[in-house]
Design a protein around this ligand. Sequence first.
Ligand code: ADP
Ligand code: MG
Length: 396
Amino acid sequence: MTKRVMSRYERTTVGGEEVAAFLPFPLPPADPELALAPALAERLGAAEQALTRLELAGEMVPSLDWFIYAFVRKEAVLSSQIEGTQATLVDLLTFEAEESAPPNADVEEVCNYLDALTYARDQISDPKGLPLSMRLLNETHQRLMREVRGAEKLPGEVRRSQNWIGGTRPGNAVYVPPPPHALAEALSAFEKYMDAGDNSLPPLVRAGLLHVQFETIHPYLDGNGRIGRLLVTLLLEHWKLLAKPLLYLSLFFKRHRDDYYRRLSAVRVDGNWEAWTDFFLDGVATIADEAVVSARELFAIVAADRARVIQNDTTSVAAIRLFELLPRHPLVSVASAMKLTGTSKPTAARAIDALAAAGVLVETTGKKRDRWYSYREYLERLRVGTDLDVQRRSTR
Ligand SMILES: Nc1ncnc2c1ncn2[C@@H]1O[C@H](COP(=O)(O)OP(=O)(O)O)[C@@H](O)[C@H]1O
Ligand SMILES: [Mg+2]
């Protein structure tokens, strides 16, 4: 394993306690440089090939927008779950279908993530929008933190106080990030690296390095993990590593959360960028291949159901129209179906009944009134990995 000295430490006093805060060296890794030796080069090749397969799958699947719509929601839920947000994909979709106020802070947090991601993505694809920069990340952070759990988190602003990761106080923390006075310099070097196009390393590898560096700097009081993961998504898009935004890594980070944290720490402690890069590229390859399978299966579900719905000659035009909207709106009620299809109440109710009779929609409330129906098979497939299961085993 390559050992590198990664930083200077600075003694700093927090709450009367003296601790060593970490001042990372700017990217790229040096002394020695990050060498893509055989094993890593192989990982990189596998990741790039998986991205090509995902790219091809994206071209072959009609209605690609559905998948982007669904994958983005899944990412918002998973990235929030990594640090303990207790909201599921179904919670998010229910909230969106009901068009009500968010039922609790956890769902609000996920909605904010979605809003923040959409905002950032719009900015970087708009020639007049903000470029991918700290300013853009701050604006994105502001949206992420909006009204959730207290404005004391300084939405949109780099922190002005010392923070720490793990532990109850800096003195027993797993990690003490740079002191606030060092942030301007660290972030300006970070931004420069993001911008400059370091040709010595492939962009996929650089995206991974930038994620680590962001977590190491920990520029905000909260939301660093989520903004750092969102950054990966934005970099893939900005650097055109994929024509369509179909790759979202939080599922991998959630599945291997302990490893994820361990490898972030190992970069800092041992300068082990190699182990991180190996992990990150494995994530890209794994998730890209899973996305291909998932898109294929979701598409197969819709195609089979469509054939069944259309074959049935009692199916109305409204029912077919409603069916085509289900991938984007997998939870519907009579009221929401009226709105979606622009029909009267009896027509919408009949459309729902027809789709329920065809086994496409399943009633979920068990009530006589205010009933909701779900496109169950589709949702079951989509939500794989998003249940609240493995977390809350705090390792930090
Ligand atoms: N040992 C570590 N070293 C560096 N970064 C870490 C470590 N452990 C966790 N992290 C990062 O810190 C994030 C948590 O920081 P936080 O500001 O609370 O973000 P969020 O609120 O978005 O979860 C984790 O998601 C992870 O990305
Ligand atoms: Mg947090």
